[in-house]
Structures are given as structure tokens and as C-alpha cells.
Design a protein around this ligand. Structure first.
Ligand code: NAP
Length: 441
């Protein structure tokens, strides 16, 4: 059977599903090295899926099985582009699959966006997820009101985490310093702002129901925002999911207030047109979408735009600035209209930042099929084994966290959680992670 060596750049679900599909192919003996810039695997499953969604995180068990076979290696703490270039990967492997997702934020392009106090939701998400590179300073949780721009699932995650009680948070894996900061913050009202009507909300019904059930906050929807316009009626008639969402929003709007200590308030049909303040944020101007001359000011010291992500350019990989993705045809990366030999893409870097974890399964099988079809057409391979890459990384002083190292990190996190009956408490700094992996730093 012909041997094939593949490098996957990124260990989120798309990359791991791709590695799994490749190694299951009966026609080739495929070995996969999965490169990851963090000491930990699984990308957004670990650092994006909200901590109170432990059921979704249970996918980690099946992703882990992929690394339990000798055919797939984890090379954590290795930054492709710094420790090893894409061109070097291409000369060491028969195929390279780009799977690094969408690590940047979409910008609003609104005056004042650079003010401190306007902080991309991702920074907040990274912080409460214990990401070692998180830059969010909990001192930003200030003032009586925070605003979240966007009505997708990330916006709901962020709003929910801002109002969770410490008891709820301690049922998750968030580090203790996060529990304490989220317990003590002064924000009483979180406004979630959609630029279109509720019939265009991107959040899912399940996430809305979950928000409606939080212990620490009243959820407020203005019945005026749900008025049955012609557009709304048509959307409800066309899509059962929209009908369900609007029906639940109506029920929430009709609930009497429970006078909880915090409130999440939905505001629809409003677009941010300016962030106010000199040295720091004092408010956001919102124009009514149906009548842009109607502008209201929402006083706030913290705005978290949750308006989507973008992929990032990397030397050696073509990038389409307009779509914020890696250009491809049938998963083959293209430059100047032709496929770059041996370079492929999967996941959010390929499709843009949409879909749930499972969406990556089909995406990964398409990419794996392209890799295998091209390999079947080609004679021979690079002829280089794993030692060549290992030697190169060693010569550069790179410190690799391998699968055993990750298992040691997991064991440390489990030990941190067990005295308080918590499944795991995350380590959140790089030094702590590397030390737990048994590496000297
Ligand atoms: P998203 O679903 O695309 O939502 C982005 C939101 O931002 C939309 O409401 C969008 O409004 C709004 N927006 C975009 N540009 C804007 C602008 N210039 N001004 C005002 N609003 C703007 O993205 P996401 O929430 O980042 O989620 C990314 C993906 O991850 C989604 O597929 C999501 O379902 C998934 N995810 C899933 C879960 C879960 O399953 N629990 C949790 C988190 C994320 P328009 O519709 O008007 O463009």
C-alpha cells in the first residue's frame, strides 16, 4: 500500500476530522502530523464553546481517539510561520492542509471603534475560556450597562456568561479568577443589539431557550420589536425555525419581570453608527434601521462587538482579503487561478466562520477526498520521514508538546477540579501549561 505523509495546520475539529478521515482510507497508509500553535489541542472546542456547554465539549472524547492511533501525531506549541514555514512543511510532507480557522475579528468600521471599552467579543470569550493569549482585562467590566453588538450565537454566549451566577459558573471548567471577576462585576444590564429585525436573528432556538432559563437575570424583549410586519409574517411562513424563534421571543416578552439582579435586554432594528467618548467609551449611538435619521444614544462603558470572525493571512498561503478566507477550488488552495500543488484547506479558513462543529465533518471529508485523489494521480512522495521534521524543529529550539504532554495537562486540570467536585479547572497560562506537560520553560 502506498504511504502518504500529511501535515495539518490547526488542531480544531476541522483539522482533526480531516486527519481522522485520511487515516481511515483503505487505499493509502496515511500518517498525519497535526501542528498547533497552542500547547493544547481542539481549537474552539476548548477556547470558543462556552464553558457552560460541557455537553458540546464532550466531543473532545472522540477527537482524542484520533490522536490515540500511532498514525496521528500532535505537535503542540509549534507556530507554523515561525517555528517552521509553510514552504518547509510542503517540502517535508506530501500534502499540507490549512485548518487554522478564523483567528481574527470582523470590524464594524464605525467611528470610535478604537476606543478602549470597545472590545471584540472574542477577547472576552478567550478570557473566560482560559486561553493563554487572552488580552481581556476584567477591569473593563465596569459601569451599569454593557452592550453586545450582533445577534448570533456568540452574542448570546457572551450575554449569558455576563449574567451567570457563581454557582452556575462553578459547574463549569472556568478558572477561579474568572468566576470571581464575573461574580463581582457591576454590570446590571446587558443590551444585545441586532441591526435587523428578530426574524433575521442568527442565534438558534436552543441558545435562546438557554438564555431564557438563566438563574441570575431577567430577559427583556420589547413587544414593539416583534410587531407582525409584512416582512416578518413572510419570514415566519417561510421558515419553521424562524416561527419557533419568534414564538419564544413573544413568550419571553410576555413574562412578568422576576426582578433578578441583572437584565439582558434585546434591542432589534438598531445599527451602531458611532462610539462616543474622548479617552474612554461613554456610549454608543444607534440608528434605527428603518429610519436612520432616528438616532438614540445608549450610555455604556463597555461594548462587545460579536459580529463574526475572519481567517488570517499566513506566509506561503494565498489569502482573499475580501472574503477573509483562503481561496480554493474543491478544497485545493488556488493562487492566480491554479491549484497550488499539495496545499489544501478545511474548516472556517475555507468556508468562512459559519456552521456548527458537525458541519466540519462533511467539509473535512471533501478536503480529505481531494488530498487522496491527487495522491492517487501522483508518482512517489517526498521520501522524508518524521525524523526530518523533528530534527528541524529541535535545531530551532522549538519545544513540542506531544500527545503525552497534553494528557499530562489534562490530568493536572482534573486534579485541580477534583477537590471541589468539578470535572476539571483549566490552566490558563502558557508557563503553567508547559510545566504541566513536563517541559522545562
Ligand atoms: P454569526 O452567526 O454570523 O452572527 C453575527 C451577527 O453579527 C449577526 O447577527 C450579524 O447580523 C451581526 N453583524 C455582522 N456585521 C454587523 C455589523 N456591521 N453591524 C451590526 N451587526 C453586524 O456569527 P457568530 O455569532 O460569531 O457565530 C459564528 C458561528 O459559530 C455561527 O455559525 C454560530 O452558529 C456558531 N456558534 C455556535 C454556537 C453554539 O452552537 N452554541 C456558539 C457560538 C458560535 P446580520 O445577520 O444582519 O449580518
Amino acid at each position: 500500500m502506498r504511504a502518504l505523509r500529511v501535515a495539518v495546520v490547526g488542531s480544531g475539529p476541522a483539522g482533526v476530522f480531516c486527519a481522522e478521515t485520511l487515516t481511515e482510507d483503505p487505499g493509502f497508509e496515511v500518517d498525519v502530523d497535526v501542528f498547533e500553535r497552542l500547547p493544547t489541542p481542539f481549537g474552539l472546542v476548548r477556547y470558543g464553546v462556552a464553558p457552560d456547554h460541557q455537553k458540546i465539549k464532550s466531543i473532545i472524547a472522540s477527537l482524542s481517539e484520533v490522536f490515540e492511533t500511532p498514525k496521528v501525531r500532535f505537535l503542540g506549541n509549534i507556530t507554523v510561520g515561525t517555528d517552521i514555514t509553510v514552504d518547509e512543511l510542503r517540502s517535508h510532507y506530501d500534502a499540507v492542509v490549512i485548518a487554522y480557522g478564523a483567528p481574527l475579528d470582523r470590524r464594524l468600521g464605525v467611528p470610535g471603534e478604537q476606543l478602549p471599552g470597545v472590545i471584540a467579543a472574542r477577547n472576552f470569550v478567550s478570557w473566560y475560556s482560559g486561553h493563554p493569549d487572552a488580552s481581556f482585562d476584567p477591569a473593563a467590566l465596569t459601569g451599569e450597562r454593557a452592550a453586545v453588538i450582533g445577534v448570533g450565537n456568540v452574542a448570546l454566549d457572551v450575554a449569558r456568561m455576563l449574567v451567570r451566577t457563581p454557582d452556575e459558573l462553578r459547574r463549569t471548567d472556568v478558572p477561579e479568577h474568572v468566576v470571581e471577576a464575573l461574580d463581582g462585576h457591576p454590570v446590571r444590564e446587558v443590551c444585545v443589539i441586532g441591526r435587523r429585525g428578530p426574524e433575521h436573528a442568527k442565534f438558534t432556538h436552543k441558545e435562546l431557550l438557554e438564555l431564557a432559563g438563566v438563574e441570575g437575570a431577567d430577559i427583556v424583549v420589547d413587544p414593539e420589536d416583534l410587531r407582525p410586519t409584512e416582512e416578518r409574517r413572510a419570514a415566519v411562513a417561510a421558515r419553521p425555525a424562524t416561527a419557533r424563534l419568534l414564538s419564544t421571543l413573544e413568550k419571553i416578552a410576555a413574562r412578568p419581570p422576576a426582578h433578578r439582579s441583572r437584565t439582558v435586554r434585546f434591542l432589534f432594528d438598531r445599527t451602531p453608527v458611532g462610539f462616543l467618548g474622548e479617552a474612554s467609551l461613554t456610549g454608543v449611538s444607534l440608528a434605527h434601521t428603518s429610519d436612520p435619521s432616528r438616532v438614540e444614544v445608549l450610555p455604556t462603558e463597555l461594548v462587545l462587538p460579536a459580529v463574526g470572525y475572519r481567517s488570517a493571512p499566513l506566509a506561503g498561503v494565498p489569502f482573499d482579503e475580501a472574503s477573509g478566507t483562503v481561496p480554493h477550488t474543491d478544497s485545493r488552495v488556488i493562487a492566480g487561478g491554479t491549484a497550488v500543488p499539495g496545499l489544501y484547506v478545511v474548516g472556517w479558513a475555507k468556508r468562512g466562520p459559519s456552521g456548527v462543529i458537525g458541519t466540519n465533518r462533511l467539509c473535512a471529508s471533501e478536503t480529505a477526498a481531494a488530498v487522496l485523489a491527487d495522491a492517487a494521480e501522483r508518482e512517489g512522495g517526498t521520501g522524508r520521514g518524521p525524523d526530518a521534521v523533528d530534527d528541524l524543529l529541535r535545531s530551532r529550539g522549538a519545544v513540542v508538546v506531544d500527545w503525552k504532554g497534553w494528557l499530562a495537562i489534562e490530568a493536572t486540570e482534573a486534579a485541580l477540579g477534583s477537590p471541589n467536585g468539578r470535572g476539571r479547572v483549566k490552566l490558563h497560562d502558557r508557563t503553567g501549561l508547559l510545566t504541566a506537560a513536563g517541559l522545562s520553560v
